[in-house]
Design a protein around this ligand. Structure first.
Ligand code: GAL
Length: 454
């Protein structure tokens, strides 16, 4: 029997993703740096980002060589607001020059940059003024976006305004785990609202500077389900969590109508039609249930399904099949092309990553075959990096390449070898699965697993 091959549409973009604070090092002027250095800072084992993966001081160039080695043709990175505008209204042209250097090196290597303008970190001056809860935050961001695009427009036309507004707002203003560590549900909605507003303002500002720009945002989607579908309370919890994380933000982007669970309804007209594309960041499925021991927390409970494959504790269920319904939902709600702007899993020893990668790509391929306009896939992440509140906890290594943070040495993992083959072939086949992830052969290629390889 010949090998089966899953081929992606012609021109599909294959990439990797990183963010400024997680790889650059030395971002001393943002609120995360301050948070990491608090006495009771909320980072695993008091880790600080330090030099991270060394990008600012020269490691970016070596990693761009690795992008080439992977046969990718795009990379998603972010620019650090606190470097470019270290003091309100004052631009740091040296920082812009360093980004110019990095983006130019990417283009020389045949890598199309997707540039994210906000990926969780804020300049300290902005945090001091109240951060994203401040009514003027959208205007500060618009000004910054216009500046960056004005300066770097000759190097890319693919812009991602804000990474995961809901995750940022939930972690920082609801769960109280990230700076500024607040636990205030009203603030959560206020911050998401301000970020949507900022996105919409930046969308217009970017198009004013670069009319042909392709502007979107990266939407993190958790695939929520009721733990027991026949329990009305579990269904209620699942619907509530889905609205909170997903639905309300999608609705305002689709219709311009902002309808928070708490707070005033409002029309944000410019949010409608503010996407040239939508990004999907997908990592987990969670099943919701009514938890009577958590009445203070509205009875909300959620967990991975018992026995399902998960990442490290509390990470949730790895659920590659969720990709298809989430892609469908994004397309049906927003009616724009899509990129998978992040997908991956933490796996220090690369035991499950190759199989998870193939399983995930299978569902992205299915979506393409259903004619959903998925234009590209960005694997999180190119290299191990600083994983926010998990810091450098070894259980949270996401890279195709491992990083020794003491020496900046890189190690190529098997999943990098696999991804290089996938990107070169614009798809994957039985042979790749047999070589890198024999455990998924039967699932992805039923009936051919026992055939001798040719
Ligand atoms: C995303 C985030 C990334 C990375 C990833 C892995 O939510 O955008 O910065 O941390 O999760 O956990």
């Amino acid at each position: 029997m010949p090998d089966a091959m899953f081929t992606f549409p012609q021109g599909f973009l294959w990439g990797t993703a990183t963010s400024s604070h997680q790889v650059e090092g030395g971002n001393t002027r943002n609120d995360w740096w301050a948070f990491e250095h608090l006495q009771d800072g909320g980072v695993y084992d008091n880790h600080v980002s330090g030099d991270a993966a060394g990008w600012w001081e020269g490691e970016a160039e070596g990693d761009i060589e690795r992008m080439r080695e992977l046969n990718t043709n795009t990379h998603r990175l972010s620019v650090e607001w606190s470097r470019i505008e270290p003091v309100a209204g004052r631009w740091n042209y040296e920082a812009l020059d360093r980004y110019r250097e990095i983006l130019t090196a990417m283009r020389k290597a045949g890598i199309k940059p997707m540039v994210t303008l906000h990926h969780f970190t804020n300049p300290q001056w902005m945090a001091d003024r109240g951060g994203w809860a401040h009514p003027e935050s959208a205007e500060w961001f618009r000004r910054f976006a216009a500046k960056v695009v004005g300066d770097l427009a000759d190097l890319t036309d693919l812009w991602c305004t804000i990474n995961e507004p809901n995750i940022y707002a939930a972690q920082s203003y609801f769960a109280g785990l990230w700076p500024p560590r607040q636990q205030n549900i009203t603030r959560y909605f206020q911050v998401v609202r301000n970020m949507v507003h900022a996105h919409a303002q930046a969308y217009t500002a970017i198009h004013d500077v670069q009319p042909g720009a392709q502007v979107g945002l990266a939407k993190h989607m958790i695939d929520w389900h009721p733990m027991n579908p026949s329990s009305p309370l579990d269904r209620l919890m699942s619907n509530l969590l889905d609205s909170f994380f997903n639905g309300i933000t999608l609705e305002v982007l689709a219709t311009g109508e902002w309808k928070p669970l708490i707070g005033r309804n409002e029309t944000i007209g410019e949010a409608k039609n503010s996407l040239d594309w939508i990004g999907l960041n997908f990592y987990q499925r969670l099943d919701a249930f009514f938890d009577p021991s958590n009445l203070k927390g509205l009875g909300i409970g959620y967990q991975a399904r018992p026995g399902a494959p998960t990442g490290p504790e509390a990470w949730g269920e790895l659920s590659p099949p969720s990709l298809l319904p989430l892609i469908r939902r994004l397309f049906e709600t927003l009616n724009v092309p899509l990129y998978i702007t992040e997908n991956g899993m933490p796996d220090e020893h690369d035991t499950n990553r190759p199989g998870h990668l193939l399983q995930s790509l299978y569902w992205v391929w299915k979506a393409c075959m259903h004619n959903y306009p998925v234009r590209g896939y960005y694997f999180w992440s190119l290299v191990d990096n600083f994983e926010w509140a998990e810091g450098y906890d070894p259980r949270f290594r996401f890279g195709l390449y491992g990083v020794d943070f003491a020496t900046q040495a890189r190690t190529r993992r098997d999943s990098a070898r696999l991804y290089a083959e996938v990107c070169a072939a614009n798809g994957f086949n039985t042979q790749m699965a047999r070589t890198y992830a024999p455990e998924v052969v039967d699932e992805l290629f039923p009936g051919v697993g026992d055939q001798p390889s040719t």
